[in-house]
Design a binder for this molecule. Structure first.
Ligand SMILES: NC(=O)C1=CN([C@@H]2O[C@H](COP(=O)(O)OP(=O)(O)OC[C@H]3O[C@@H](n4cnc5c(N)ncnc54)[C@H](O)[C@@H]3O)[C@@H](O)[C@H]2O)C=CC1
Ligand SMILES: NCC(=O)COP(=O)(O)O
Length: 336
């Protein structure tokens, strides 16, 4: 298949009241300067046009079929239209937008699964807004796994990885209350996560012998059991199993000393035991560059590392860097 015919990336709408719409427009404006791959938004052309006009940005919007994205991309922002128009005020989230948010994700996944697009790149969603509308998945990550399993016998265990050049992190438990982490953290879960991370670092990222570092759960990785027992009883056995399978694993390491530059040079991905243990270091080191990539799916999905930023939506100051990094990584991971 020649370059012109290769399927393009699909960018979901995200929360239409968040910064997603303006970032999509900004990314298109930066397409040449940043050498971005061709992408189309699954959204409402009218809403994107109104956002562009609000800022006086010269972004022609064109409604297209997925196979027309690449041809249209040089002169207009291609949009695969949703079934209904979207009306949203920047900075004013509303559960009434949930149907369009969910439709956009579902459509993008189905088009990628059908071979009409190469990968899904998602704009941020506000989980609590979707929950108010009855959405039952913690976030994209789990919803994407459910969509991937639609109509087939396979199920998928999705793994969240936040990736940047200086650091890649994987939260083994994700969007659950901190109080629930010790019960949710099992040897099986760590082993399953470690296997998927090692496999995909090898297959998708081209890391020949991936080195994984497991964080401890407790201070000083439990201080020989004096500060908590899970490090010895749950994480050590997981490390042993992964090692017995030939995976290069260190840990459990003290989480407070495993993210400085020298420590980072000793591993390719850090498996953290809970959300903030993973996301605080990477957002501190690489907030503008880091990309959220879902492992364990039968297709590639990337996303910016940040959220909907309702506090700045509509002001035209949101930085498109992380979204652009997500587009580039999706192109890299799907290039032949
Ligand atoms: N992949 C996704 O869909 C994600 C969604 N979220 C959702 O986002 C909502 C808001 O979450 P928060 O914790 O407030 O995080 P947030 O990332 O939306 O905002 C945190 C701070 O960073 C700033 N910020 C974020 N992105 C920026 C950008 N591109 N340029 C400049 N400044 C930026 C915001 O203005 C805010 O001050 C939540 O409801 C959460 O569920 C959060 C993370 C990822
Ligand atoms: N904190 C990361 C985040 O919220 C991303 O979640 P997801 O929507 O990609 O599952």
């Amino acid at each position: 298949m020649g370059l012109q015919q290769r399927p393009s990336l699909l960018l979901t709408q995200g929360d239409p009241a968040g910064i997603g719409p303006e970032l999509s427009l900004r990314a298109w404006l930066e397409r040449d300067a940043a050498s971005l791959p061709a992408f189309g938004v699954v959204g409402d052309p009218g809403h994107l046009d109104r956002v562009a006009k609000r800022y006086g940005w010269d972004v022609p919007i064109v409604a297209v079929e997925p196979d027309q994205i690449r041809a249209a991309f040089s002169h207009a922002l291609p949009v695969v239209p949703l079934s209904a128009p979207v009306s949203a005020e920047p900075g004013k989230p509303d559960p009434a937008h949930a149907a369009s948010v969910i439709e956009s994700i579902g459509t993008a996944v189905r088009l990628v699964r059908a071979g009409s697009a190469a990968a899904v790149v998602t704009n941020p969603i506000a989980k609590h807004v979707l929950y108010e509308a009855g959405f039952r998945h913690p976030g994209h990550t789990e919803f994407l796994a459910a969509l991937a399993a639609e109509g087939g016998p396979e199920t998928y265990h999705p793994v969240m990885m936040l990736w940047s050049e200086p650091l890649a992190v994987v939260p083994v438990t994700v969007h659950i209350p901190l109080a629930d982490v010790p019960a949710a953290l099992t040897t099986d879960l760590i082993v399953l996560t470690g296997r998927i991370v090692a496999r995909e670092l090898r297959q998708r990222f081209g890391v020949e012998n991936p080195r994984l570092a497991l964080a401890g759960l407790n201070p000083h990785a439990g201080e020989s059991g004096a500060m908590g027992t899970e490090d010895e009883s749950v994480i050590v056995p997981a490390a042993d199993i992964l090692r017995s399978e030939g995976i290069d694993v260190t840990g459990p390491l003290s989480a407070d000393t495993m993210f400085h530059a020298r420590a980072r040079s000793r591993y390719d991905a850090a498996l953290a035991m809970y959300h903030d243990q993973a996301l605080i270091p990477i957002k501190t080191i690489a907030f503008d560059e880091a990309v959220n990539v879902t492992l364990g799916l039968p297709f590639v999905r990337t996303s910016p590392d940040h959220g909907t930023a309702f506090d700045i939506a509509g002001k035209g100051i949101a930085r498109p860097d992380s979204l652009m990094a997500a587009l580039k990584l999706a192109a890299r991971l799907t290039s032949p």
